[in-house]
Design a protein around this ligand. Structure first.
Ligand code: FES
Ligand SMILES: [Fe+2]
Length: 397
């Protein structure tokens, strides 16, 4: 246990006043976190409706997903000119690409004639052609041609352009933001970008990318990924035996960092030091798994030789589409290659344990039966997540 001071919270109650200034946004030392003692059950709980209400989900899409920075794809998906990645999830349908000049571009995935969907899958493109009436756009988003273009009553259709959106590249990911008023991503991440820079995450490439459909609310899936209360039960035959201490938590504004020492054995340390390209790393970055939960829906888990990226997208109120990607450093060989593959295998086993449990016991949650979810200290990250969610849900656009 370390970091006796750590991040202290003045209060914890999203049902009442949210006092964010008191959270100590820039204070990022780690601490084993304890939620405050409370008199009443309801002061330490999450409203069950948050997991079951259609209205709540609709508001999340409008007020959170359509306003926050979100990951569309890994940088490797648009590494070369003409490479295009598409993301279509609830409330979001966007194209990102690397243009001929090597610049990133991002557009709403809609033809500007009658609003048809323009690009249906990721891959290399020279231009985009709409399936409906055949308007053609260049990779810069400008309309290049339209059949019988003189039939629009004198309107100069060649001035038409796809709807552009904000795009940036950070931590080996391509991000977009549909809201023009939000701060830049790097500023919004409150120092996380600097902290991630030794890992050189743009050098990571996927071993496996998959989308899993799980029949539980997206927040249940996300919270499970940072909840340590279930580890002793669900993972008792796997990772639990190799974790000897409680996770530490640090808050970065809206985001959460946890770190945990998994398999703290001498042999592991020796192997890891041989695998650690990039850097320079701190001793803790060498040995500990750092888990960054980047609000609203992205989790990046890193050690010097691998990265897991999980993005949790709502799929109706009772479903999640989990975009899972496990990456190793480009050019990994020998021990480093084996180390990454071994961790990937372990990560898939642990994920399967989680998905099996969640699908079995959390689907069709009923808020009328369990109106409040009571949180344990080991679910403290959930408390912060719901505070932040509450803040975004009540902010006036
Ligand atoms: S809707 Fe795209 S060309 Fe008509
Ligand atoms: Fe788990």
């Amino acid at each position: 246990m370390s970091g006796a001071k750590g991040v202290q919270r003045a209060g914890w109650a999203w049902n009442s006043d949210l006092s964010y200034a008191a959270i100590g946004e820039q204070q990022v030392s780690d601490t084993v976190y304890r939620l405050p003692r409370v008199e009443r059950f309801g002061d330490r709980s999450v409203d069950g409706q948050r997991y079951t209400s259609e209205d709540h989900l609709a508001a999340e899409i409008e007020r959170v997903f359509k306003r926050a920075w979100i990951v569309v794809a890994q940088s490797s998906a648009v590494a070369k000119p003409g490479h295009v990645a598409v993301l279509k999830e609830e409330g979001v349908d966007v194209i990102v690409l690397r243009d001929d000049k090597g610049q990133l571009q991002a557009f709403q995935n809609r033809c500007m004639h009658r609003g048809s969907r323009l690009v249906h899958k990721s891959g290399p493109y020279k231009r985009f052609e709409c399936d409906y009436h055949g308007w053609r756009y260049g990779l810069d988003g400008a309309l290049e041609s339209a059949p019988d273009a003189d039939g629009f009553g004198g309107v100069d259709v060649c001035r038409i352009h796809l709807e552009t959106i904000r795009v940036t590249e950070l931590a080996g990911q391509i991000w977009v933001c549909l809201d023009r008023t939000q701060p830049e991503l790097e500023q919004q991440l409150s120092g996380i970008a600097d902290e991630l820079s030794p890992y050189q995450l743009e050098d990571m490439e996927p071993i496996q990318e998959r989308v899993f459909s799980v029949p539980v609310n997206w927040k249940s899936m996300l919270e499970n990924a940072f909840d340590y209360y279930h580890v002793g039960k669900v993972h008792k035959r796997t990772v639990h035996a190799h974790v000897t201490e409680s996770p530490e938590i640090a808050l970065y504004g809206d985001h959460i960092r946890q770190n945990i020492h998994i398999a703290p054995y001498r042999w592991r340390e020796l192997i890891d030091r041989r695998c650690s390209r990039g850097g320079p790393y701190t001793a803790r970055q060498h040995s500990r798994l750092f888990k960054y939960t980047l609000f609203p829906n992205t989790m990046i888990n890193v050690l010097p030789y691998h990265m897991t990226v999980m993005r949790f997208w709502p799929d109706g109120v009772g479903g999640t589409r989990l975009h899972y990607s496990f990456c190793q450093r480009r050019g990994a060989r020998g021990v480093e290659w084996l180390r990454a593959r071994g961790t990937w295998l372990a990560s898939r086993i642990i994920l399967a344990e989680d998905v099996r449990m969640l699908a079995r016991c959390q689907s069709q949650m009923d808020a009328s039966v369990v109106p409040q979810h009571l949180l344990h200290d080991f679910e403290a990250a959930s408390a912060h997540f719901h505070d932040v969610l509450g803040k975004w849900m009540t902010q006036i656009k």
